[in-house]
Write a protein that binds this ligand. Structure first.
Ligand code: TMP
Length: 179
């Protein structure tokens, strides 16, 4: 972090996958499988989507990923292990401030060290790419407020930042600018 608005970013060779991890059924899984939103999953489920806007990011399996050389088997193992770690970390972090991590999406990229490629997390983690529900009330505190036209988008994002203690010293952000 360089300052409030800038970060120094490492360039990666992006792997063309959106990796989704789900703890509770919501969104496209609810629609695809006809399971009510809010149903806890028996265990966390990781899904892969091929990053291709023209095709609406179709869901793919590990077979597609390795057959088309989007990632190797070893890279996929690393991606799965890192996704589980991110899920454990974020679930605990949000759980501690009364927020349930329903699901999230992350991406990965390769960094080259001489001839050796290493896979690293290459994404932001924010309410834009997570589903975050207030544990006590079930209130949505994420981008679904925007996607589903529920209102109070800024207030919800601000609430998440405040609970995490990352907005303590910052001015309140409200529509139209900083105040
Ligand atoms: P989904 O239920 O629409 O498949 O979304 C699962 C999670 O992934 C949810 O937290 C939102 C996030 N997501 C993105 O960040 N970008 C996307 O393009 C999509 C489809 C989902």
């Amino acid at each position: 972090r360089l300052n409030l608005r800038e970060q120094l970013i490492r360039e990666v060779e992006i792997i063309p996958l959106e990796v989704v991890c789900r703890n509770i059924v919501a969104g496209s899984m609810s629609q695809r499988l006809g399971i009510e939103e809010g149903t806890p999953l028996p265990r966390s489920i990781i899904e892969f989507y091929y990053k291709k806007d023209e095709l609406n990011d179709p869901m793919v399996t590990e077979e597609h990923i390795t057959a088309f050389n989007w990632a190797t088997t070893q890279e996929l193992d690393d991606i799965l292990a890192m996704t589980v770690r991110v899920n454990d970390y974020l679930s605990g972090m949000f759980g501690a401030v009364g927020i349930t991590l329903i699901d999230f999406k992350i991406e990965f990229g390769r960094v080259w060290e001489n001839d050796f490629a290493r896979v690293i997390l290459a994404d932001e983690i924010s309410p834009d790419s997570c589903r975050l529900w207030d544990t006590a009330t079930g209130e949505k505190l994420d981008k679904d407020r925007f996607r589903r036209d529920l209102g109070n988008v800024i207030e919800s994002y601000t609430e998440v930042a405040k609970r995490l203690g990352i907005m303590k010293d910052m001015p309140t952000v409200i529509q139209g600018g900083l105040h």
